[in-house]
Design a binder for this molecule. Structure first.
Ligand code: PRP
Ligand code: URA
Length: 210
């Protein structure tokens, strides 16, 4: 299957990404940049959303218009995906938001799932999983496993920086999931952090230190 990996070359995305990576960028600016980059990636990732015709009344008469008909669910992977989900929700305020709690254990580097509260059956048609970092791919694979077991088959991922190792892992496990990214970096270091990356995306958004 062809790789569904889309890396935005848009100048705005690339400009803001450089600012985001900067170690001196403070949490407030970091959150703003996550938000802006997410909205730009979301614009590119949603080119294929289904539309249905509708008629609107302008002050001068009737006009044919179109509206999005797909029911969209935003799935932020906690914690770092939160800012991305909020940025998208501003653009599609009727989307459902289903928080998924996973963290990567610092010792084992394996994903640990601690919060999933989905209804018995999917009531959405498209899931947009959001998380700024795709490192080993473990967290995203576990998330997609959960969503597919739930019964969803249309799933896209919006991230900011990926490692080639993570892209490879997702492609092996779930080749149907399209990845929309701002960058694919060089490699993972011995602690499985993305190099050059931006450090810990959760800590940098929320001002915490582990
Ligand atoms: C980070 C990141 C991803 C995960 C990526 O979260 O936001 O969820 O690591 O790593 P992986 O691809 O190797 O699984 P983290 O575990 O630091 O949790 P946090 O957002 O709660 O800080
Ligand atoms: N999680 C992060 O926040 N950054 C990395 O580089 C890898 C995992």
């Amino acid at each position: 299957m062809a790789r569904l990996v889309y890396v935005s070359e848009h100048p705005l995305v690339q400009h803001k990404l450089a600012l985001l990576r900067d170690r001196d960028t403070d949490p407030k600016t970091f959150r703003l940049l996550v938000r802006e980059i997410t909205q730009l990636l979301f614009y590119e990732a949603t080119r294929d959303l289904q539309l249905a015709p509708l008629t609107v009344e302008t002050p001068l008469g009737q006009c044919a218009g179109r509206q999005i008909v797909e029911r969209i669910g935003l799935m932020p992977i906690l914690r770092a995906g939160l800012g991305m989900a909020e940025a998208i929700l501003d653009m599609i305020p009727n989307a459902q938001v289903w928080h998924l709690g996973l963290y990567r254990d610092h010792q084992t580097l394996q994903p640990v799932t601690y919060y999933v509260k989905l209804p018995p059956k999917p009531n959405i048609q498209l899931a947009l999983v959001v998380d700024p970092m795709l490192a080993t791919g473990g967290s995203l694979i576990a998330t997609v496993d959960i969503l597919k077991r739930w019964g969803l088959d249309r799933i896209k991922f919006l991230g900011i920086i990926a490692a080639p190792e993570g892209v490879e892992a997702i492609h092996g496990a779930h080749p149907d999931v399209a990845l929309h990214l701002a960058a694919v970096d060089s490699h993972l270091n011995e602690h499985k952090y993305i190099v050059p990356g931006l450090g810990d995306a959760g800590d940098r958004q929320f001002g915490t230190v582990h």
